[in-house]
Design a binder for this molecule. Structure first.
Ligand SMILES: Nc1ncnc2c1ncn2[C@@H]1O[C@H](COP(=O)(O)OP(=O)(O)OP(=O)(O)O)[C@@H](O)[C@H]1O
Ligand SMILES: [Zn+2]
Ligand SMILES: [Zn+2]
Length: 978
């Protein structure tokens, strides 16, 4: 009964999912430009042929690359993967008429995609100068196979799985063998939890679940289980949802000398795996020569001129005979090979009856092992499960579930994996969890363990304390000495781009900060190939690649979903979302964040707006964990390095001229070895001394603390003496001061409201403290805006540097919140007056008329209330003329607002390219994504907040932009032969 219910419900949901997919494809074909398809990651446009070769059992393999002369060396972020079925089209479009051929993606990197092409249409060939489009094709083979398996499950009467099925549907209890047989482990290094999982799997009669959290050696355990099964004489069918996971197992098992056989299209297998493929083994078998001869004969016959009438019939018959002979021989050879293998491996759907397995008797396999089970649709598992009397499922259901297009079908249960369903049904009695992890520094692990794995994980001693600085060639600087680094953009105005599509978000400010952090890491000697940059959004991935890929071609920059199953020494995670409403959308999928964080071995840096992401409990737990156990910096510490392109918060440039360097200006924790050029911190504040400044430095072990304190007192005394001596202009500290000393100087200067500056490089670097430049007097600032207006607020009682950390964090957040409120009020006010403070700020900044939409908020925030009126009137005036440098044209009646910089321009300067927003316009055009169409499974809610008028305006603008850009380009007309 349970089976019937399950099958009918699942068939329905699969149908829904299939319809969603078809619907999506239809929408694409009808409404979406190729450009947009590319943005969605399912299309790659205008690729050129990098090389062409014959490989893989006679198939043509072409390598497609982005056009070189455009300067893009990397492909746009996309969802192509090995094994995908694709169409190759000439550049006229992606319609049936322009299709050159279809093929299968063999391999894809950031720089190129290799496709094993199916037969070319008659007469067609690839033009080495031509450009081609690549489109992912929907493929219903998988659906058909799953449906068939479900129907078979429903009608299952007798067969190997008759005892297994009732257990998997709760109609019979799982049981175990009465006497556990003694066995010896092949791998003597297994830890206790791994051994327990292996013993348990061996002792169960029908079902065992191995729950392997990140880095706990799940594959190691699975391999041991399989080897033990083989030793007992069992035949094992081993599956996983993805080709990558299957190949990984093939490699590991082959290394242990197991007799493995990998099923699947050779194009889909890793090169190193191909020798284990059915095709390769077949090619080496005794039958191979005969088969090859027959093939040759067929080719020969086929080559003869087809036009010779009369002869034609003979050829056909001859070929027919040869084909039949070939088929018989191959069938026999395949069956023989299959039977002699101990472990047959394939993807879940590759284990179907229409593949080579049809040559085996129904009872052939004893066990079915499904790895990465939590990432598979249950229906796909049933393709293999019907073949065995016992199943072992391995995976981690706390990581991302299978990708499902229909949110409805997902919500109704399609995304529930077999593994999770069984755990819901039987609880822990069928599960053994691996609890020792071999990847993460314990500080990284603790959060995941606590939030996702009931606190059961422990870090193996080999990784527990490992840090980047322990890697050969990596210097010990602050960035390489901390496992957790949170770079908080709250209150820094680094808002996400306003794009109507929930699936596509970007944040240029975070890109810049990530880039600076990458710079510190690589300068400290961390290799680019050991760093992963991860973002949850494809758009952000693209922006990050644009910024970083040219400089670091070896660095992997991927979406979270694309990184599951992988690990890197260092991970830099950009969470992107930063908005007033506190919307986190897509990030609200806890498992996605879990995956992102647990890729890191020695270091994870999270760049995010804690104020936005803090609205989500799970994300907040991460932020809090990092605040307590790691190091927290505010993005302000980085902004000085990126201000010019990004925004004008340097209000000295705005000539509102005051005193008030932003209250938010935080002490910058320049770490040893990472001081930034030209960096100057002119601010300090009472409020800093109140402790919030110290939140940048968090983790201080007790003994170190003691030493720090005395050194701190020593330096502090020197600085205080300097302050008393009015004749002394500067206080130079010797270059013998190490980076930590300099850090203390920095802290003290901050506390005492002094200016400090580091000069020189490496060992010659030294720090100087001086009095702040005299500032114009200002009115008493408000409580919140507590400022550094008096040169020396100093010498009030200073709390010692270490403070309860959580409190600091809270203080910080509270303050950010107050600032946010204030900013919002200001913006409100600004709106009423219909003015635009950013315009003025931008005009004066660097002469390079460029500013971001958010800049006005920042400028407003940076100005104390009292000055606000003055600013407003200045700005109203500025706003009535064109914002282009030196242009005096009035924009009151005929002005045009630039959506990128939010400024008014006259008709001759309103085009983004003309006044300096060209880059933004270009990237915006690239990012335009239609509202519908869902790329990922997940829990994201659509952002419905964008004003429809604005959206229409935006669309129109972008459309005309695209047209402009298209007409500027002379498309190369390629001749077509049909
Ligand atoms: N018992 C062990 N002793 C020492 N190292 C181990 C042990 N088990 C696993 N490892 C190490 O942990 C790492 C991950 O192991 P493995 O490849 O089996 O896990 P995985 O399945 O790829 O990862 P995950 O656990 O994230 O799924 C490997 O470097 C492996 O050598
Ligand atoms: Zn502009
Ligand atoms: Zn103008």
């Amino acid at each position: 009964m349970a089976v019937e219910t399950f099958v009918s419900k699942t068939l329905e949901l699969l149908q829904e999912e299939r319809e969603a997919e078809i619907e999506e494809t239809k929408i694409w074909q009808e409404n979406i430009s190729l450009k947009d398809l590319q943005n969605k990651g399912v299309c790659l446009l205008k690729l050129q042929i990098g090389s062409q070769s014959t490989g893989l059992y006679g198939r043509t393999v072409i390598v497609l690359e982005p056009r070189k002369h455009l300067g893009f060396s990397s492909l746009p972020s996309n969802n192509f993967g090995p094994g995908d079925i694709v169409g190759i089209y000439d550049p006229s479009g992606c319609s049936a008429a322009s299709q050159v051929c279809t093929g299968i993606v063999i391999r894809i990197s950031q720089a190129s995609v290799s496709v094993a092409v199916d037969d070319l249409k008659d007469g067609a060939s690839f033009d080495s100068d031509g450009l081609y489009n690549l489109l992912k094709l929907a493929n219903d083979v998988t659906y058909k196979r799953m449906k068939r398996a479900l129907n078979a499950l429903n009608g299952y009467r007798t067969g190997p799985a008759s005892c297994l099925i009732p257990v998997l549907f709760g109609d019979a209890q799982p049981s175990s063998h009465s006497q556990s047989n003694e066995f010896e482990f092949f791998n003597s290094k297994l830890d206790d939890s791994q051994r327990e999982a292996v013993s348990f799997a061996l002792s169960q009669r029908e079902l065992a679940v191995v729950h392997g959290p990140p880095g706990t050696g799940k594959t190691t355990t699975v391999v041991e289980i399989i080897l033990q099964a083989v030793k007992q004489g069992q035949k094992v069918l081993c599956c996983a949802p993805s080709n990558v996971a299957v190949d990984n197992l093939v490699e590991r098992l082959a290394r242990c000398k197991a007799k493995v056989l990998r099923l699947g299209h050779p194009a889909r297998l890793l090169e190193s795996i191909q020798k284990h493929s059915l095709d390769a083994i077949l090619a080496q078998s005794d039958n191979a020569n005969i088969i090859a001869d027959i093939r040759k004969d067929i080719d020969k016959v086929g080559m003869k001129k087809k036009s010779e009438k009369g002869e034609r019939g003979n050829f056909k018959r001859e070929i027919g005979e040869l084909r039949k002979e070939l088929k018989n021989r191959e069938t026999a050879a395949i069956a023989e090979i299959l039977k002699s293998a101990d472990v047959v491996l394939s993807t879940n759907t590759g284990a179907c009856d229409d593949g080579p397995l049809k040559f085996l008797p129904a009872e052939h396999f004893d066990w079915v092992m499904i790895d990465e089970c939590a990432q598979a649709l249950e229906s796909s598992c049933w393709i293999a499960l019907l073949r065995a009397r016992k199943c072992i499922l391995a995976g981690d259901y706390k990581q991302l579930p299978p990708t499902i297009k229909s949110q409805k079908a997902a919500a109704k249960g399609l995304s529930l994996s077999l593994m999770e369903r069984l755990i819901q049904m039987y609880g822990d009695s069928v599960v053994r969890m691996l609890t020792v992890q071999y990847r993460m520094n314990s500080a990284i692990m603790e959060w995941a363990s606590k939030e996702m794995y009931n606190g059961r994980l422990t870090a193996h001693s080999s990784v527990e304390k490992h840090l980047l600085k322990d890697l050969p060639g990596v210097a010990c600087v602050e960035e390489t000495s901390t496992p957790l680094l949170l770079i908080d953009t709250a209150g820094c105005g680094l808002s996400e781009m306003e794009i109507a599509d929930e699936q596509s978000k970007g944040n240029q400010g975070e890109v810049d900060i990530v880039s600076l952090h990458i710079k510190s890491l690589t300068e400290a000697g961390v290799k680019a190939k050991d760093i992963a940059v991860i973002a949850p959004y494809n758009l952000q991935v693209d922006l990050l690649r644009q910024k970083l890929s040219a400089r670091h071609p070896e660095m992997e920059i991927k979406s979270v979903d694309g990184f599951q199953g992988r690990e890197k020494e260092a991970v830099v995670l950009s969470l992107v979302r930063s908005n007033r409403k506190g919307e986190v959308g897509f990030l609200a999928e806890d498992r996605r964040i879990n995956v992102a964080v647990t890729r890191a071995r020695r270091h994870i840096a999270v760049v995010c707006d804690t104020q936005t992401v803090g609205n989500h409990a799970f994300l907040k737990s991460l932020v809090d964990h990092m605040a307590v156990f790691g190091e927290v910096r505010t993005a302000f510490e980085y902004l000085q390095d990126i201000v010019p392109q990004n925004y004008t918060r340097d209000h000295k440039a705005t000539k509102t001229n005051t005193s008030s360097t932003s209250s938010k200006q935080k002490s910058r924790d320049h770490g040893p070895g990472k001081p930034k050029e030209g960096q100057k911190t002119t601010s300090s504040s009472k409020d800093n001394t109140a402790g919030s400044q110290n939140h940048t430095k968090s983790h201080t072990p007790a003994q170190k603390d003691q030493k720090d304190k005395s050194r701190y007192a020593e330096i502090r005394l020197q600085v205080e003496n300097f302050m008393k001596d009015v004749n002394m202009k500067n206080l130079h500290f010797p270059s013998s001061f190490n980076s930590h000393d300099r850090l203390l100087v920095h802290q003290i200067a901050e506390e005492l409201g002094l200016v400090h500056e580091s000069r020189g490089e490496g060992g010659g670097r030294c720090i100087t403290v001086s009095r702040p430049v005299a500032l114009e007097p200002v009115e008493e600032p408000t409580q919140e805006e507590t400022q550094e207006e008096e040169p020396a607020p100093a010498l009030q009682s200073e709390p010692p540097p270490s403070q309860p950390l959580v409190d600091l964090k809270t203080l910080h957040l509270e303050r950010m919140q107050r600032e946010q409120q204030k900013r919002e009020e200001n913006v409100q006010q600004k709106k009423q007056q219909n003015c635009n403070p950013a315009a003025q700020g931008a005009k004066k900044s660097k002469g390079k008329n460029k500013t971001k939409a958010g800049a006005c908020d920042i400028a407003a925030a940076a100005v104390p209330d009292d000055d606000f009126d003055a600013l407003i009137s200045a700005v109203v005036k500025a706003d009535s003329v064109c914002s282009f440098v030196k242009c005096k044209a009035s924009v009151l009646t005929l002005g045009q607002l630039c959506i990128f910089c939010n400024r008014q321009f006259c008709l001759s300067h309103h085009i983004p390219e003309v006044h300096g927003c060209g880059d933004e316009a270009k990237s915006h055009a690239r990012m335009r994504i239609s509202k519908e169409g869902v790329l990922y499974a997940g829990s994201g809610k659509k952002d419905k907040s964008l004003d429809p008028n604005k959206k229409v305006y935006l669309q129109r603008k972008l459309d005309s932009k695209l047209k402009d850009m298209a007409s500027q380009r002379k498309p190369k007309n390629k001749e077509k032969d049909t």
